[in-house]
Design a protein around this ligand. Structure first.
Ligand code: NAD
Ligand code: 0WE
Length: 273
């Protein structure tokens, strides 16, 4: 029962029930995974514990991924609970507020660039470094990215650069760990209303635009991302590494849609005129 049965997976990046990481936890739990969680700080810990409990886990430990010492402490705590780790989910992103609005060139700063790349990209390899000795032969690492990495999007700005770095890192980490069997992938999710998206200017418009262009004419849910995450961290994906898998209702595959252009898709082929 369950294609993740007995797999022990650490999830980093739950803030509340709306988090993409909470959808991943639900999907992985449904496939029989044993889960552990980290919380950025004590302020979020109560909510992380609720998500953990719903996923059958009592294992929650604080970790601010800006700190190597806290990452080391997280992994030494976890290896005290588990002899081996079969997966790590990294669902963390942050840039200072001023980096996420308005004109890119005018709004960006050296410090904002450094923080965005440190928290959103470097932290993924930092976790891999600390966990490497405890990873099982078939372990899978997974991170979360967004299409603003390969195409510019209004206001995403410095986060787009950090996601480009993160996606390149997936390929380099796959090359690094591949010879010992472990896999590294990313999911590029379409826009979802989460804590990280709250306060983003015009996010409603972004969601509407995404639904209008996407072949499926809708946005995606954290649980749909979770289903893909469960697959990628399971033996079903044993031949997949270094990959960026889009879970975006097809948005990235369409340059435009008939709906957003206000035309009838099949008007010419029909006998009307
Ligand atoms: P969220 O706010 O629920 O999750 C973001 C998480 O990052 C939070 O749990 C927060 O505690 C954590 N975090 C931030 N700084 C941290 C630090 N210094 N140390 C430890 N944890 C830290 O939002 P989400 O949308 O679920 O984001 C999860 C991931 O998904 C992010 O990488 C985000 O870029 C990515 N993503 C989100 C969307 C979207 O539209 N929501 C789309 C594509 C990708
Ligand atoms: O990666 C993200 C958002 C990540 C994020 C969000 C915040 C808001 C609060 C990183 N840092 C911060 N810093 C804060 O102070 N997404 C993919 C969601 C998102 O955010 C956008 C988007 C999309 C999509 C911002 C602008 C435009 C599009």
């Amino acid at each position: 029962m369950g294609f993740l049965k007995g797999r022990r997976i650490l999830i980093v990046g739950v803030a509340n029930k709306n988090s993409i990481a909470a959808g991943i936890a639900e999907a992985m739990h449904a496939q029989g995974a044993e889960l552990a969680f980290s919380s950025q700080n004590d302020r979020l810990k109560g909510r992380v514990e609720q998500i953990a409990e719903a996923a059958g886990s009592q294992l929650v430990h604080n970790c601010d991924v800006a700190s190597d010492a806290e990452i080391d402490a997280l992994l030494s705590w976890l290896t005290g609970q588990w002899d081996q780790i079969d997966g790590i989910v990294h669902a963390v992103g942050f840039a200072p507020g001023n980096e996420l609005s308005g004109d890119y060139i005018d709004g960006t700063t050296r410090e904002g660039f450094a923080i965005a790349h440190d928290i959103s990209a470097y932290s993924f390899v930092a976790l891999a470094k600390a966990a490497r000795g405890a990873l099982s032969d078939e372990a899978a690492l997974l991170t979360m990215t967004y299409h603003g990495s390969t195409q510019s999007a209004p206001n995403y700005n410095t986060m787009g650069l950090a996601k480009a770095s993160l996606e390149a890192m997936v390929r380099y980490m796959a090359a690094s760990l591949g010879p010992t069997g472990q896999r590294v992938n990313a999911i590029s999710a379409g826009p979802i209303r989460t804590l990280a998206a709250s306060g983003v200017k015009d996010f409603r418009k972004l969601l509407g635009h995404a639904s209008a262009r996407a072949p499926l004419r809708r946005t995606v849910s954290p649980l749909e991302v979770g289903h893909a995450a469960a697959f990628l961290c399971s033996p079903l994906a044993s031949g997949i590494t270094g990959e960026i898998l889009y879970v975006d209702a097809g948005f990235n595959t369409a340059a435009m849609s008939a709906d957003e252009m206000g035309i009838e898709p099949e008007s010419e082929s029909r006998d009307s005129s």
